[in-house]
Design a protein. Structure first.
Length: 263
């Protein structure tokens, strides 16, 4: 396998071939995911929940994310490395640029930011300075208290067209990738069809260009409530690397997500 890049993901989209993404937080799991063929690794701020035991991603700091990014960067093979900007990582333009620079120096190849259309200027500035950006729309866990829980977004026609318009505007501003979390499958499809850049989905239906899951969910070690969109792939594999491979193959074959994982 050769290195996964933004251009290879874009080519996969044009060819109609889906790609797989998985979170990783350390070198050994990142290496196993790479051997299993996973295309994109995310150092997610979900680490605040699955590693640290918080009930949201808000307590996660830049130092936490940088530590895990360095760990993953040392172990990863050919996968593309995406990293979350943590909650309030962009309180001003200057601090956003400093934080993005720190993530890139730690090994990030793509920085993911949560928000809505208002992020356009930030994304334009990051892109201009050589930081590729993934814009995370739909259910944005960093705003869970505003949203009133981890709920499906974009169910009403108006909310759905707002998400589609935000995605268009952020791509116009320079976003290289869009990630949609917890939206109806019809919206996942509409956004993917409307954009030339790759769209990654989690709980966004079967028609996004890529799929992502939290590693712990793929291995069936989620604590607390299990979201509808997750599947335990270890249950049908012999070992952890095998579970990652099953997940990767199910995404490429468009067998995952099935109807029961979608909204
Ligand atoms: N282990 C884990 N997996 C994740 O996917 C994940 C995290 N942690 N932490 C950060 C966020 C939080 N996420 C979540 C958590 C819960 C739901 C959830 O329970 N959603 C309901 C939607 C109900 C509705 O509005 O209809 C569901 O039934 O899936 C969704 C996303 C996704 N992310
Ligand atoms: C669930 C994914 C998309 C994420 O942002 C994370 O793991 O933090
Ligand atoms: Mg996240």
């Amino acid at each position: 396998m050769t290195s996964v890049t933004l251009s290879s993901l874009k080519a996969r989209k044009r060819a109609g071939e889906p790609f797989s993404c998985l979170t990783a937080y350390d070198a050994s799991f990142a290496a196993a995911a790479g051997r299993a063929g996973i295309d994109v690794l995310l150092v997610g701020d979900s680490l605040g929940m699955v590693l640290q035991g918080h009930d949201s991603t808000l307590p996660v700091t830049m130092d936490d994310i940088l530590y895990h990014t360095r760990c993953v960067a040392r172990g990863k093979g050919d996968s593309l490395l995406m990293v979350d900007l943590p909650f309030m990582g962009n309180p001003s333009r200057e601090r956003l640029l400093d934080n993005a620079a720190a993530l890139m120096r730690a090994g990030a190849e793509l920085v993911k930011v949560e928000g809505e259309g208002w992020m356009a200027d930030d994304i334009r500035e990051l892109t201009r300075r050589g930081v590729p950006v993934c814009a995370h729309l739909g259910l944005t866990p960093q705003t869970v208290h505003q949203l009133g829980g981890y709920k499906v977004q974009g169910r009403e026609a108006e909310a759905a067209s707002r998400i589609l318009e935000d995605a268009r505007a952020l791509v116009e501003a320079g976003a290289s990738v869009i990630l949609l979390e917890c939206v109806p499958a019809s919206l996942g499809r509409a956004v993917s069809e409307a954009l030339e850049v790759p769209v990654i989905g989690i709980g966004a239906g079967p028609d996004t260009d890529g799929q992502i899951l939290v590693m712990h969910d793929v291995l069936g070690v989620t604590h607390g409530r299990t979201p509808r969109f997750v599947k335990n792939f270890l249950a049908e594999a012999e070992d952890i690397e095998g579970a990652f491979r099953r997940y990767h193959e199910a995404v490429l074959a468009r067998e995952f997500p099935a109807a029961e994982h979608c909204f």
